[in-house]
Design a protein around this ligand. Structure first.
Ligand SMILES: Cc1cc2nc3c(=O)[nH]c(=O)nc-3n(C[C@H](O)[C@H](O)[C@H](O)COP(=O)(O)OP(=O)(O)OC[C@H]3O[C@@H](n4cnc5c(N)ncnc54)[C@H](O)[C@@H]3O)c2cc1C
Length: 547
């Protein structure tokens, strides 16, 4: 579907993705996996130029698992992957003020066949890039979106090659803005943001030192240091390899003229010694980024979300849609989940199997999630630093407990009054919520419902279900929508190992549950419907915006 162009002809592509970091690469990957050709442009010469994220929660890993990438990602985990929790201290060697267990402590193993993963962005982005290329994604670095305009049939964009200065044109059906917190696409669309915006800046210093004495055997993920001798009384220490390599960060105020260039090795060492609580500690400062002549990096810490995730044929995803504080490790995962949500919808619309109305559900579903995640990372920051009162939503609710409300869900009575999140153990397959994980046995091997449904339209049917395989397949054929049908029960080759189908899915032996490619329940029926085939077709027609 793609062809090279002259300066005047535009390259034609179904989807143009702008931004080649975690979210843009995921978008391109998920589109290719759905069979949708896309072009991704990234202005920098390589991925993971300024790595930030290291923690990816179990829900995000479920999505990578669908694509068969889990093994490769886990193989590249950081040595600190087994470290536990966070602590607030006066100094590393000194008094512990509080153990901070709002995150990473909850046991989520009953909720998912997979678990969170700790991997550096520098390791993850190349894995995503390789996989996307293998699946056929067209990814071009050193290529910057200069301008774009949209009309009723598509988006026209101008791309500049940064090395040669050559400009060329692209014509796409849809444009995805994965261009980060300061999204120029969002600004060009005139989409406003809500939230406090930029809150502070933090230095990012990489160093080597022997901290065994100060650690006293602890293997903690993150140390918050509250100490009046540090800038603003705050700093953070994070192990890189559980050996000698560490990251250190402390507030910096560009608005007062403070510059990272002024953070000499001597000043960094002075601050690190205070944070560690060892005045004579031997410290070697390393470059934060290998290509940067200035050793100290600066992170912007911001909290804002876009008032709208879409304007016409242009969609915002990732930090362009919601920029969150690092506290909670939720930013990248939320963006990757945006990408998954949008990719299957675009694939169906571009293939003519769904109405364009399906695309409206992207904002209805993902904006409330982005907004809540922004709010909760702020609350987590207050909690961790002890700087203000905080109200925390449980991590499990934030990871697995969302409820979507959109036209792509056949809601049940009362759904509008239900909370946006709740603990996943209290959910039972309600439309709009993630299809719960239960263990089944097939051919002597255990398989989770998450893997059974993974990435496909799936109908799960109770063993007394009136919706037979043939009927479901007739619907699938009429709508030209591949649909996998599984009847839960030992006699149907899928033993409900723990007998949890009834409680987890809430439709009983006679019912059926329709699961979307993103693993969310679209519709369910517990009654012995007189016309089950018609009921399923009606549900799908509605969800796919075909009526
Ligand atoms: C210190 C810190 C720690 C964090 N830790 C975690 C964590 O552990 N887990 C987690 O889930 N999240 C974490 N986050 C949040 C996470 O890093 C971000 O949410 C995520 O990286 C955003 O990815 P993105 O692809 O949306 O945006 P970005 O990473 O900002 O990427 C946008 C890309 O678009 C490119 N671009 C911009 N404009 C153009 C243009 N015109 N043309 C071409 N390319 C363009 C940019 O060069 C850039 O590569 C952390 C954040 C911080 C600050």
């Amino acid at each position: 579907m793609q062809s090279e162009t002259t300066e005047t002809d535009a390259l034609q592509v179904p989807v143009l993705v702008v931004g080649g970091a975690l979210v843009g690469l995921s978008m391109s990957l998920f589109l290719s996996w759905q069979g949708v050709p896309s072009l991704l442009v990234e202005k920098h010469p390589q991925p993971a130029r300024l790595p930030r994220a290291r923690g990816y929660n179990a829900r995000t890993m479920e999505l990578f698992r669908v694509l068969g990438l889990e093994e490769a990602i886990r193989a590249a985990q950081l040595p600190i992957a087994q470290n536990q929790g966070m602590v607030r201290v006066e100094s590393l060697a000194g008094r512990e003020i509080a153990r901070l267990d709002e995150d990473g402590q909850a046991d989520l193993s009953a909720l998912s066949p997979t678990a969170a993963c700790i991997i550096g962005q520098q390791q993850l982005e190349p894995i995503l890039l390789d996989a996307a290329k293998r699946m056929g994604s067209d990814i071009r670095f050193n290529s910057e979106l200069v301008s774009f305009e949209q009309d009723e049939t598509g988006v026209s964009a101008v791309i500049r090659e940064r090395v040669t200065g050559r400009e060329w044109r692209v014509r796409a059906h849809y444009l995805i803005a994965a261009d980060g917190a300061h999204s120029s696409i969002r600004d060009a669309l005139g989409i406003q943001t809500q939230g406090p915006g930029t809150i502070s800046y933090s230095t990012n210093v990489s160093f080597e030192a022997d901290l065994r004495e100060a650690l006293r055997g602890r293997r903690i993920f993150l140390y918050y240091v509250s100490n009046p001798h540090l800038p603003d009384g705050q700093a953070g220490l994070m192990p890189d390899d559980n050996e000698r390599r560490w990251f250190f960060g402390t507030p910096i105020h560009p608005e007062r003229g403070e510059r990272r260039e002024d953070m000499t090795d001597e000043r960094c060492i002075e601050l690190i010694r205070i944070a560690v609580g060892m005045p004579d500690l031997e410290v070697k400062i390393l470059p934060a980024y290998p290509w940067d002549p200035i050793k100290v990096g600066v992170w912007e810490l911001a909290a804002r979300y876009a008032e709208s995730y879409r304007k016409g044929r242009v969609f915002l995803a990732g930090d362009a849609a919601h920029t969150v504080l690092p506290s909670g490790g939720l930013g990248a995962g939320t963006g990757i989940q945006d990408a998954f949500n949008l990719a299957w919808k675009l694939a169906l619309v571009l293939a003519g199997k769904a109405g364009t109305g399906l695309l409206d559900s992207y904002e209805s579903e993902r904006l409330p999630v982005g907004k809540l995640v922004v709010e909760q990372t702020l609350q987590r920051q207050f909690y961790r630093t002890g700087t203000a009162e905080s109200t925390l939503v449980d991590s499990a609710d934030l990871i697995f407990g969302f409820r979507y409300r959109s036209a792509a869900i056949v809601a049940e009575p009362g759904a509008n009054e239900a909370p946006l999140t709740q603990h996943p153990s209290t959910l039972c397959g309600e439309p709009g919520t993630r299809a719960p994980h239960i263990m089944l046995e097939r051919d002597g091997l255990q398989i989770s419902t998450i893997d059974l449904c993974g990435g496909r339209w799936t109908l799960l049917v109770g063993d007394q279900g009136t919706l037979c395989n043939e009927a479901a397949h007739r619907v699938s054929k009429r709508l030209e929508l591949p649909l996998s049908v599984y009847t839960i029960g030992a006699e149907h080759g899928l033993k409900d190992v723990e007998g949890r189908w009834d409680a987890a899915y809430g439709v009983g032996a006679a019912g059926a549950v329709l699961v979307r490619p993103d693993g969310f329940v679209a519709w369910r029926s517990s009654t012995v419907d007189e016309q089950p085939e018609l009921a399923l077709e009606k549900a799908l027609v509605r969800v796919l915006a075909l009526c």
